[in-house]
Write a protein that binds this ligand. Structure first.
Ligand SMILES: Cc1cc2nc3c(=O)[nH]c(=O)nc-3n(C[C@H](O)[C@H](O)[C@H](O)COP(=O)(O)O)c2cc1C
Length: 210
């Protein structure tokens, strides 16, 4: 039986997907549910998750992704879109969700609400954007690992034009911004990259035990 470390060594940023093999809807849904269950700071989830299967949209996205073939050959393209800005309504929506989900009163969560608002709402937009982007990346890491556990291949991508993605996917009107992308599918047998040894710093170089 392979361990989680075997699976993390098996995974690699797939350069060539086999477009004749499609990830099942059931497996896609497992990955999307893992994305939804991903933790975020305060639990605010300041992002939206898009799963793209439509070939015409994929072709358009590839053109603005440095023509990277993963965009059209993978089964699905997951776009993790952060909220570039936000106001108190985002916190209020979350607070309403807590009240409904946990059956608590607004008084119970008033302090938590004020704490989030005072630490987040006065940030300049550039910092709000950076903070929500960093939350979206937590999903990226999580679902790459989940996919590897399921022996499904992925390629994370930052090599794309965000403005064009926002335009093609109609994100601007929704206060969303394409932060990072994950292509999901099955590797092509002739993708030589799968045999490349991993380039990582040694444990001594990168880990300090104190
Ligand atoms: C956030 C992020 C963005 C990346 N963008 C691209 C990309 O646009 N195209 C690509 O082919 N690989 C991309 N990569 C893959 C990295 O180059 C690769 O993960 C890294 O070299 C480590 O290799 P491994 O994933 O095969 O272990 C990206 C990786 C990450 C984590």
């Amino acid at each position: 039986m392979s361990t989680i470390l075997d699976k993390l060594s098996w995974r690699y940023a797939t350069k060539k997907f086999d477009n004749s093999k499609k990830v099942s809807k059931e497996d896609l849904n497992t990955i999307l549910e893992a994305a939804r269950l991903t933790p975020s700071s305060y639990g605010l989830q300041p992002y939206h998750i898009l799963a793209i299967e439509d070939n015409n949209i994929k072709a358009k996205l590839r053109k603005v992704s440095f023509d990277q073939p993963q965009i059209t050959d993978a089964s699905y393209i997951i776009v993790l879109a952060n909220k570039p800005t936000f106001d108190g309504n985002m916190v209020d929506d979350y607070i309403d969700n807590i009240i409904e989900t946990r059956g608590v009163s607004s008084k119970d969560v008033e302090g938590f609400s004020q704490m989030m608002k005072s630490s987040l709402l006065d940030l300049p937009d550039v910092q709000k954007n950076a903070w929500t982007t960093s939350q979206a990346y937590i999903i990226l890491g999580n679902i790459m690992t989940i996919a590897a556990e399921m022996k499904i291949d992925t390629c994370p991508l930052e090599g794309f034009d965000k403005n064009q993605y926002n335009e093609i996917l109609g994100l601007n009107d929704k206060n969303l911004n394409a932060a990072v992308v994950l292509a999901i599918g099955y590797r092509s047998a002739d993708d030589a990259t799968q045999n490349y040894p991993k380039v990582r710093y040694s444990r001594e170089q990168i880990i300090t035990h104190i």
